[in-house]
Design a protein around this ligand. Structure first.
Ligand SMILES: [Ca+2]
Length: 169
């Protein structure tokens, strides 16, 4: 990717960074740019209720970048996915996420963890099977930390990590 393309791309996410500065651009010069797409949210406050609208605040190196709703994408220059942290907000819901949501990144060849939610586990495998080699899944469990629970399915929030966005050639 050329420097001008990189700066163009960076400036996109820069729009949302309150104190985006020349130094932060310089700092990001060694970083890889990923495209993060919020694919799906699937959470109910109790069985039979509507799916909760979950908005996700994205932070890079502890700085707020952008709020994502389902189907939103953002380009993020990062050195590692660990640079990113997330905050999950339930909109107009009668319940709230657990205090310490559990997050996981899965690459295409990774084994799908042995989760209680068998049906969901199958579809997680299907999503993984459909990924390109440069893509990964970011999956989140917001309902329970009890790995024996059928709610422990890591599909409350699902995001696609594209490590090779189209512009990067
Ligand atoms: Ca869950």
């Amino acid at each position: 990717m050329s420097i001008s393309n990189f700066l163009k791309v960076f400036s996109v996410s820069c729009l949302a960074i309150a104190n985006c500065s020349v130094s932060s651009i310089a700092q990001a010069a060694d970083a890889n740019v990923i495209e993060l797409t919020y694919s799906a949210a699937q959470f109910q406050c109790g069985e039979g209720n509507e799916l909760v609208d979950i908005q996700v605040n994205v932070y890079r190196n502890s700085q707020f970048v952008q709020t994502l709703s389902v189907e939103d994408s953002v380009y993020l220059p990062i050195n590692s996915f660990d640079d990113l942290t997330f905050q999950y907000n339930f909109i107009d819901a009668e319940c709230a996420p657990i205090d310490n949501p559990e997050e996981m990144v899965l690459a295409p060849e990774d084994p799908v963890p042995d989760l209680a939610g068998v049906y969901e586990q199958d579809s997680l495998q299907e999503i993984l099977d459909g990924l390109n080699e440069y893509e990964e899944l970011f999956i989140v469990e917001l309902g329970t930390s009890d790995s024996e629970s059928s709610a422990y399915d890591f599909q409350d929030v699902v995001m696609l990590i594209n490590n090779k966005p189209a512009f990067s050639d």
